[in-house]
Design a protein around this ligand. Structure first.
Ligand SMILES: [Mg+2]
Length: 100
């Protein structure tokens, strides 16, 4: 599955949830949900150093997925192409650092 397809699946799901819960989605709402999900991811990443517990792969995967879904939704709300943006940036970074 390509990034665009994954993004589209996620966006479709978020739209259905929004409709079901009568949520009016703005860029600010998605941004705040993204930050919320980053917080949940940070809690899982801190599990080892802060709580002396082993990482739980299932929880990490779940939180990374939440971050991706909100992140890709936000990109779509700004009508940006995630794949193109990342590929363009990779080229900029390669040039900046003198890499091929
Ligand atoms: Mg989460």
């Amino acid at each position: 599955m390509e990034v665009k397809e994954l993004q589209s699946l996620g966006n479709e799901l978020i739209s259905k949830i929004d409709e079901k819960q009568d949520i009016s989605r703005t860029e600010v709402l998605t941004m705040s949900q993204l930050v919320e999900e980053f917080g949940e991811l940070a809690k899982e990443v801190n599990r080892k150093d802060l709580r002396g517990q082993d990482f739980l792969k299932e929880n990490l995967a779940d939180e990374f997925a939440d971050v991706f879904l909100q992140f890709s939704k936000l990109i779509s709300q700004f009508n940006l192409d995630l794949e193109k943006s990342v590929l363009d940036k990779i080229e900029v970074l390669k040039k900046r650092h003198g890499l091929d």
